[in-house]
Design a protein around this ligand. Structure first.
Ligand code: HAM
Length: 427
């Protein structure tokens, strides 16, 4: 039997409403914060991620879906959304717009990772990026936006972890300290860490292997090596968060898995100590745009993992505010009345009502009613020969069981008064 590829899943119609709930809530919050949607391609040149995310990260070394297209170009499915947004910022000369340019996105990302609960090969992110502002106030805004989203959907006990990973300047001296520390433990490190030690020692702080994690706990922390500008930036962010009464934890071990970060790095962690507990993460990337040949442009953003958020909601038994079926099912008592049915169905749909009917051949009225009931329609229209002669239909309230005859001409106005909507007059 053919199945969805390992690490991917179908979002079935019965679950789609939960996804819409998250997307709609996210869009609403982005709108109120002044972020506008950007949609970038799902495929990009492989080089975009190699240069931006970093050659020696797990994402690039092990997790990219890369292939040659028929023109011989190396193309990759996007593993994340920040590098494409930075590319689009340069390509469309958004640096000429009033700064910062604030954008949001949502869509699938791809990483060839070992699938497990909360870790997929295709997963969805909701993300924002603000490019063109160096002020720590925008770091606070991005964190507030993500926090507001989590609070709005009912996840009020996530822990915000914060760190500063410094800038290329403060990393010069820190790098030396790190290398000499890890060299003392070289034989105990995993082969990836041994290889990355000289190339990119900061990555060793992010190794998921237990033995490396144990060693990394005692490594020198960047906090003690921040330059004045990074120190002031971080202090100012903490000050803003304190003023906004946003609780946070400082985590000097937090370096994040992508190389483009500078200064602020943060994650929203689920309190429980399960392994995939980061529901979202982000940070500042002040050198990324320049890396791609654009003008020096600071940036900051965050991305939230939809599957993990849904799992967290489920484990807390939080009911999303899902829309109820607010529709109308149209049934015909006799097949000869079918033309009237189609006219009515399409006319009501044009008025904006959610209308459905039976497509399983000439079924009895009883079977049609059963279907309407199973699908949870609150209203049922029955087209019967006697009512039609009077220019009417029967409208049944499925909850109360009460029914009444309503003129076809006034039907849409009557329905909108019943359902609290006001589509145009006449049907
Ligand atoms: P990231 O930490 O790699 O950051 O991913 C962000 C979130 O995506 C994670 O916290 C997690 O919830 C979700 N996620 C990551 N990988 C998987 C996976 N394999 N399966 C399921 N969910 C996953 C970024 O991607 C950065 N682009 C975030 C950012 C935006 N930084 C600045 N701007």
């Amino acid at each position: 039997m053919l199945k969805a590829p390992r690490g991917t899943m179908d979002i079935l119609p019965k679950n789609a409403a939960r996804w819409h709930f998250l997307e709609d809530t996210f869009k609403k919050i982005c709108y109120s914060y002044g972020y506008q949607e950007i949609r970038t391609p799902i495929i990009e040149q492989t080089e975009l991620f190699q240069r931006g995310v970093g050659e020696s990260t797990d994402v690039i070394e092990k997790e990219m879906y890369s292939f040659q297209d028929r023109g011989g170009r190396s193309i990759s499915l996007r593993p994340e959304g920040t590098a494409p947004v930075a590319r689009a910022y340069i390509e469309h000369k958004m640096y000429n717009l009033p700064q910062p340019v604030k954008m949001y996105y949502y869509g699938p990302m791809f990483r060839y990772d070992r699938p497990q609960a909360g870790r997929y090969r295709q997963f969805y992110q909701l993300g924002v990026e603000a490019l063109g502002a160096a002020d720590p106030a925008i770091d606070a805004e991005v964190i507030m936006l993500a926090r507001e989203f989590f609070l709005e959907i009912g996840l009020d006990d996530l822990v915000l972890q914060l760190n500063s990973v410094g800038c290329p300047e403060c990393r010069l001296s820190y790098r030396e300290k790190l290398v000499s520390f890890f060299q003392q433990h070289e034989q105990s490190l995993c082969s990836d860490c041994q290889r990355r030690l000289m190339q990119n020692p900061l990555r060793l702080l992010d190794c998921k292997k237990e033995k490396c994690g144990f060693i990394a706990q005692k490594a020198p922390v960047i906090k003690d090596h921040l330059c004045l500008s990074c120190r002031e930036h971080f202090d100012s962010l903490l000050h803003s968060l304190d003023a906004l009464k946003v609780p946070y934890e400082l985590n000097t071990q937090l370096v994040r898995g992508l190389d483009y970060y500078t200064k602020t790095a943060f994650e929203f962690i689920e309190g429980s100590h399960k392994s995939q507990n980061s529901l979202g993460g982000g940070g500042r990337y002040d050198c990324l745009v320049e890396t791609y040949g654009g003008p020096a442009t600071p940036g900051i953003g965050v991305a939230l993992g939809v599957e993990r958020i849904l799992m967290a909601l489920e484990s807390k038994n939080i009911e999303e505010k899902l829309p109820e079926n607010a529709g109308i099912f149209v049934a015909v008592a006799e097949h000869s009345l079918s033309n009237i049915r189609w006219e009515l169905v399409y006319a009501l749909r044009r008025k904006g009502f959610y209308v459905d009917t039976d497509f399983l051949g000439h079924r009895s009225l009883r079977s049609q009613l059963k279907t309407a009931n199973k699908k949870g329609f609150p209203y049922l229209i029955i087209i019967g020969p006697d009512e039609v002669k009077r220019g009417n239909i029967t409208l049944r309230n499925m909850k109360s069981g009460s029914q009444e005859e309503v003129s076809m001409e006034k039907l849409s106005v009557y329905l909108s008064s019943l359902m609290g909507e006001r589509p145009e007059e006449g049907c």
